[in-house]
Every structure is written in C-alpha cells, then in structure tokens.
Design a protein around this ligand. Structure first.
Ligand code: SF4
Length: 471
C-alpha cells in the first residue's frame, strides 16, 4: 500500500520505532509464518540474530524484549504497557516463552528461552539495511525448520529480506489508485494548484481511496487522543527514567509549576507548554509507555507539542467548540502526514540510516507544515515551513548516551518543536516564494545521511554517547 497518514502516525510502545516497534512486528510476522506453515507444534528451539544498529543499541532501546513479545504474537499497536511488564516478568521468572500464543487462534507452543538465544552482531551490517534481524526455528534435533530475515527501516516499518522488489511493486501499483499520487513536493504542489486544494485536502482525497472520510476523521482523532493520554500518563509518573542513566523525569514538576504560574493559559507561556508536552511524551516513550510514532518514537514528542500549540494558541481557538478543535487536529495531521510521505519516499525517517536529522528533523518539518496549514498558509507557504524546519536540522547526528532514547533525545524534541513553530511563523511572513525548495532539502538530508559516519547513526559509538560519562 502507498504510505499514508496512518502509517506515519501509528500507536506503539516505546522507546524506539525502529528498535522496538519494528523488531516486534518482524518477530510477530515470523511467528505467524511458523503458524501458517503448520510447523509451530514441531518447534523446540529458537535462534535470533540481531545485526548492526539493532545489536549496538538494542539493549538500551528494548529490542530484545520487543522481539520476545513479538515472538509471542503481540502487536505493538495493541499491546498495553501493563501486558508488557507482566509478560516480561513471567518470561524472566519461568524461562519460558509462549511462541505464537497471542496470534489469532489457539496455536501457541511453550519453549525454554535463555538470553543466549539472542545473538548480537553489532559490527556486521547486512546488505539491505543496518537494522537487520534473522530468526530461525529449530526442531528437537536442532535442525532448522523455518527461517527468515527482516529489516526495520524506521518508523516501525519492516521489510522481509527478498521481498523488497515485491513490496516496491505493490507500493507503485497502490499509488496508481490514488487520485493525487505524489512522491515529491513539486508534485504535491502541482496537485494543489491544478485542483485549487490545500495540502491537507490533497492528503484527505488520497486517504479516501482506502477508507471513508468519517473513518479517517475518527482515526486521526484517536491518534490525537493517544498523544494526549501519553502526555497525561507522563505527568503522573515521578522518579528516574529506567535504564540506569539516572535521568530525572521533569514533566510532572514542570506541569505543577505551569499550572500554578499560568492558571489562565496566558499566551506568553506558550513556549513552556510546548516544552512540557514534548518532554512528557518523550519521557513516556523512554519509559516504554504507549506512544504515537510521529513519524518515529524517538521524535514522538514534536508533533503532539506543536499540535498542542495549534489547538490552544492558533487563530480562533479561544472559545472554539470541540468540533472546531477537532477540525484543526484533522487538518494539521493530514498536512503533516503529506510531508512525512515526502521523507519516506525520497529519503529516510530512520536514525540508523541518516542520523537524527531523519527523525527529529522530519518530525519538525512535518509539524511545521501542519501548523502553517492551520494558521492559514497557502500550499507554497506550508511547503516553505517544512523546508525551513528541515534546513536547520541538516546534519543532526544520532548519539544517544548509553544507547537509551533519553539524552539528547528528550530535550531535542522540545527544541525540534520550537523550530517547527518558528519555521511556520517565518513561512507565513513570506509569500511562499523561496530560494531552497523542500525537495532540495530532502535530497540534501538523504545525501548528508549517506555521508555521515556510522558512529552517528544510532550505534551509540560517537558524539555524546562516548564523551559523556555514564554514571
Ligand atoms: S538522537 Fe535522535 S535519532 Fe538518535 S535515538 Fe535520539 S531521537 Fe532517535
């Protein structure tokens, strides 16, 4: 299927879309293959090999535990944080894994499991992508019953090795069903101009190729609700974030302080509220909580923070009805999604592929587009807002300390949100005519990512990850 808004905004668990959500999906796909092939009852053992970035930072990103849950058949969009805790505690206590038990139908098989069943190859990069995971199911004699390799290519998207061409062909054919297919910003703007449509209207028309307008609206409002609950959950939690870095949660105290200092939602506090939402969402992500990948988990706080700005400080929002606020949410997410499609099509949203510019940069650019759209920007101004936000995230490296999605990730989301607001405001003070196009910036991001040392692509082998003492 063509990449759509519900691919870019999907519900999952933290802390990483590429290292948690994607591997869980891959493991669940492997378990489903075993069940469909009828070999599940014969499986007596498993071997999982993690390659490249998944192996280098998998421990801090929760990859191993995500793989275990996926092998049990859990889906990241459905599993609840309390189920995560319970199943992992059970596996640790019993040393037993229920392979395929959560798949539809009663098909699970109980296996002995030890940490040695997952083998790490941090220095081995498979040809297709740095985030590779290979599964092998073994019979009682140790012979391989079934095996398969998947790649987690960012934002929770996965590709099975050997099926890349089929997936690309399916993508191209599904795009032919869209009324306004686009791969580049130039094509998107041409559709807007030829049909007198806004960017969110083009995206809506494309989404309606596969679902009704009512379903799209309900789905996007559900995404907003999960973002909101994610923030609310974070401000109820106190203490340190997990992982051993001793990072304090700041959202609860900041929320208490803001409620006291800004009881009437004075616009002069907008920046503090935007910071709070970004921090809260990313603290929840770092805690393994339920988040919306937007378009990734590491950058999950930016779009909720800027959406908060849009629905609280945007034009006409004071005194707006719930339905009017909902309209703003839908238009914002559609415009942001359209820009997300451009990054997926022309570059990457994977920190392991292009560094943090692909995660925080893409999210900032998407948020800027969403905000410019609901502030009344023309398509050219929306494109300009997205371009400004990415232009000033070019070269941003990925260097998470301890391989955890905490430092610099959490604060970086607040900064990315601020850039998005500023980019939208700058674009709206222009007329849409500008020197550097969004397509040029996207290509530059892709090329910069290609030239970037692997040390700065989600391996925790460079930058802050090696220069800051962990204690
Ligand atoms: S530095 Fe950026 S890309 Fe890397 S883990 Fe953190 S948010 Fe993701």
């Amino acid at each position: 299927m063509a990449v759509g808004v519900f691919d870019l905004f999907s519900v999952g668990i933290g802390p990483s879309s590429s290292h948690t959500v994607g591997p869980m999906r891959a493991a669940a796909a492997f378990a489903a293959e075993l069940a469909d092939a009828g070999v599940l009852p014969a499986v007596a053992g498993l071997r999982v090999d993690l390659y490249g970035s998944l192996a280098a930072t998998g421990r801090g990103h929760g990859t191993m535990t995500a793989v275990l849950l996926g092998l049990e058949g859990f889906a990241p969009e459905l599993i609840l944080p309390e189920q995560v805790d319970k199943r992992l505690a059970d596996i640790a206590a019993t040393g037993k894994l229920r392979l395929g038990a959560e798949l539809p139908g009663d098909r699970g098989v109980v296996l002995a499991y030890t940490a040695e069943d997952i083998i790490l190859h941090p220095l081995t990069i498979l040809p297709r992508h740095t985030n590779g995971v290979k599964f092998a199911a073994l019979d009682a004699g140790g012979a391989v019953l079934h095996e398969g390799t998947w790649f987690s290519v960012g934002g929770g998207f996965i590709v099975r090795d050997g099926e890349e061409d089929a997936a690309a062909a399916e993508l191209e054919s599904s795009k032919a069903q869209l009324p306004y297919p686009f791969r580049t910003a130039a094509e998107l703007l041409a559709h807007c101009e030829a049909n007198n449509l806004s960017i969110s209207q083009v995206m809506l028309a494309n989404e309606m190729a596969s679902r009704t307008e009512a379903d799209i609206r309900a789905g996007l409002l559900h995404i907003r609700d999960v973002m909101e609950e994610c923030k609310n959950s974070a401000i109820r939690r106190t203490g340190l974030l997990p992982g051993g870095l001793n990072v304090r949660r700041r959202a609860p105290a900041w929320h208490t302080r803001l409620r006291a200092e800004d009881p009437t939602r004075d616009p002069k506090f907008w920046q503090e509220w935007v910071n709070l939402v970004a921090l809260a969402v990313n603290e929840e992500n770092a805690s393994g909580g339920r988040v919306v990948t937007a378009p990734t988990n590491g950058a999950a706080g930016i779009i909720p923070a800027v959406l908060f700005y849009a629905t609280h400080y945007g034009p006409g929002m004071e005194g707006a009805t719930p339905a009017e606020r909902d309209d703003v949410v839908v238009r914002f997410l559609l415009a942001a999604g359209a820009v997300g499609v451009l990054y997926k099509e022309q570059a990457s949203i994977s920190g392991a592929e292009v560094g943090c510019q692909g995660e925080v940069g893409s999210a900032s650019s998407m948020a800027a587009a969403g905000l410019a759209e609901i502030l009344g920007g023309t398509p050219a101004q929306v494109e300009n807002a997205a371009e400004i936000a990415m232009e000033h995230n070019l070269g941003l490296t990925c260097d998470p300390i301890g391989g955890l999605v905490q430092v610099p990730c959490i604060e970086r989301n607040a900064i990315g949100a601020a850039k998005a607001v500023n980019a939208a405001k700058m674009a709206l003070w222009g007329d849409g005519d500008h020197r550097v196009s969004l397509d040029e910036v996207i290509i530059t991001m892709r090329e910069t990512g290609r030239d970037m040392s692997d040390k700065y692509k989600e391996t925790a082998m460079g930058g802050l990850a090696v220069n800051v003492v962990e204690c």
